[in-house]
Design a protein around this ligand. Structure first.
Ligand code: ATP
Ligand code: MG
Length: 576
């Protein structure tokens, strides 16, 4: 490609609403242009990156035995009513009506459609297993579209769905996809980690997320450097302390703590470590057998944070209690609430709290806390003891093989064992070997293709711009002539090099614009082309060209006759 026949449209400054570096750089380098919140045009340079990612995904999915098809974006509401998601999906689902007032949705995902295809096409176990995939635009009306393409409303996804005659066969395909995703993200040149909710064995929980590691990631991940344990903090188990509760050594006493509502402040006032504090969180929960919402207290150690996902599994759907509900239940303002003297209120304690003795907690009286508090003496044992908190760095890994560390990640892929959820709802059945009708076992496998571009940039940038992993760069090599319009010998040498590299199958961009070399250098670096060759009169006199890798500190002079071989070696070096 010649720049003069292409379209590059960079910006000197990123728009001020871009918060994270990848969003800024994608706008500055003109990979994308914003049309509306979370909706972007992929400009020619950006589209090349996207297509390269897609191509690697397609190659690996095809190799893994999946079959590509393409499903419609617009889907009839009836299918969503059949699966029950018309009601459940909520406002993220974009609904619309056609001219006959019939309801449709713009697909946020395609379980319903693919299950409809398969239930109509597949009747016998002999036709199974099947794995269909597509690379297709999704629409989700995200409550907070942000970070550019990272959390867009319209975004490109690779979504695959597999159908099986048995759970064992689903597990086989799940492992196949785990390995396929590992190959895909390795080939894309990304630093990533697969995370799960259990001890890292595939198939345990039936779900793995693949995360690109980056400080700006929305997800907190816990991993054990001494084993393969890795899990989203939402799910990572905080195991119970190994030491039993020590016996009480203090008597309970009321302590004046005016104006101190946070554990850290109370601990500082009393000169005690915050780990000897217990904090109470008031919630309204809906136990499955209760008619109305119930007030309850959750107890956490002073330095720990509540994990809402785990808590919901224990107490059911819940929300934080309002101040007026707290005052009504406990007769006290938030900030001083605690578990003593409230026998009629259910109390759920985190595992770390259950082993504490002589602790400090709110006194249910404004301006006061209680010290020397002990379960079984000053208050009853909690109604339930459970894992309610987020793990923290230094916690014992759930597999017992070391201590946990924390990092942040961007979820770029998700594999999931759906089992028979959709097959049962949509009556997607087959006849087994004995002629019995059975619901199919299903798996689903997603990759956020557009999100990968943002994630790759989060991992690969510097103050001059993007340095794309070579496998997904918009071009592999750029040729920058110093004076293409002015020097006949530069023009000739640049054209010749361009033609020979193209003939050798190199994805090369010749920057033949009549601009100052500084401008061309800056732009090629901004859009992240990994290899650059400068053609200048001075080098040509010596029969040399100047090569520079995007992250090299110094250029290298290479004899013209050797440039092809030199480049080839550099390109091979980098392909994983
Ligand atoms: P998230 O927790 O980030 O909302 P999700 O659980 O909704 O993700 P899936 O339904 O599993 O995501 O979708 C598969 C993949 O699609 C995700 O792993 C992610 O990479 C990508 N994806 C999901 N939502 C978006 C979005 N709004 N913008 C860009 N990519 C997305
Ligand atoms: Mg989502």
């Amino acid at each position: 490609m010649r720049t003069s026949k292409f379209f590059i449209s960079t910006l000197r400054e990123a728009p001020s609403d871009a918060e994270i570096v990848s969003h800024k750089l994608m706008l500055r380098s003109g990979l994308i242009k914003r049309l509306a919140g979370g909706i972007y045009t992929w400009m020619p340079v950006g589209l090349r990156v996207l297509r390269k990612i897609e191509s690697i995904i397609r190659q690996e999915m095809d190799l893994a035995g999946a079959i590509e098809l393409s499903m419609p974006a617009v889907q009839p509401a009836e299918l969503w009513q059949e699966s029950g998601r018309w009601e459940k999906y909520g406002p993220e689902l974009l609904r619309l009506k056609d001219r006959h007032q019939r309801d449709f949705v713009i697909g946020p995902t395609h379980e319903e459609v693919i299950t409809d295809v398969v239930r109509k096409e597949v009747k016998s176990y002999r036709q199974l297993p099947l794995h269909f995939y597509q690379v297709q635009m999704k629409f989700r009306d995200e409550i907070r579209p942000r970070f550019g393409v990272m959390r867009g409303r319209e975004f490109l996804m690779k979504d695959g769905y597999s159908f099986h005659a048995s759970f064992e066969d689903l597990q086989r395909e799940y492992r196949n996809m785990f390995e396929t995703y590992t190959r895909i993200f390795t080939r894309l040149g990304l630093k990533f980690r697969a995370v799960t909710a259990d001890t890292g064995s595939i198939g345990g929980t039936g779900s793995h997320e693949f995360h690109v590691l980056a400080d700006s990631g929305e997800d907190a991940l816990a991993y054990c450097p001494d084993s393969d344990y890795a899990a989203n903090v939402e799910l990572a188990e905080a195991i119970a302390p190994s030491e039993p509760r020590s016996s009480a050594s203090q008597t309970m006493k009321k302590i004046s703590t005016p104006g101190k509502t946070r554990c850290e402040d109370v601990a500082a006032l009393l000169s005690i470590p915050v780990i000897s504090m217990v904090k109470a969180i008031a919630i309204m929960c809906q136990p499955p057998d209760a008619d109305s919402a119930q007030f309850a207290l959750l107890l956490l150690r002073g330095d720990h944070d509540l994990n809402e996902v785990k808590t919901q599994k224990i107490v059911g759907e819940f929300r934080f209690a309002r101040d007026d509900e707290i005052v009504e239940a406990l007769g006290c303002k938030p900030g001083y609430i605690g578990p003593v003297g409230i026998e009629s209120i259910p109390v759920f304690a985190d595992r770390s709290v259950a082993t504490m003795s002589d602790f400090v907690c709110g006194a249910n009286e404004e301006g006061f806390h209680l010290g020397g508090v002990n379960f079984g003496r000053d208050l009853p044992e909690p109604l339930a003891v459970a894992d309610l908190r987020n793990v923290v760095a230094g916690d014992t890994s759930p597999d017992g093989k070391g201590k946990l560390e924390l990092c942040r990640g961007i979820e770029v892929g998700h594999i999931f064992q759906l089992r028979t959820k959709y097959a049962e709802a949509l009556k997607c059945v087959f006849l087994d070997e004995s002629g019995q009708s059975q619901a199919m076992e299903m798996g689903c496998y997603g990759i956020g293709v557009t999100r990968i571009v943002g994630a790759a940039i989060e991992q690969n940038h510097d103050d001059r711009g993007i340095h794309f992993p070579p496998a997904i760069a918009p071009f592999e090599v750029c040729i920058v002539p110093m004076g293409y319009a002015k020097s006949q010998s530069v023009k000739l040498a640049a054209d010749e090099l361009y033609i020979s590299l193209k003939a050798a199958g190199v994805d090369v961009l010749l920057d033949d614009r009549n601009e100052r070399p500084g401008v061309l250098f800056a732009e090629m670096e901004l859009i992240g082309i990994p290899h650059r060759i400068v053609v200048g009169d001075r080098g040509l006199v010596e029969g040399k060209l100047e090569y520079k890798g995007r992250t090299d500190t110094e250029p290298t002079m290479v004899p013209i006759a050797e440039i092809g071989a030199y480049l080839k070696a550099r390109l091979c070096e980098e392909s994983p």
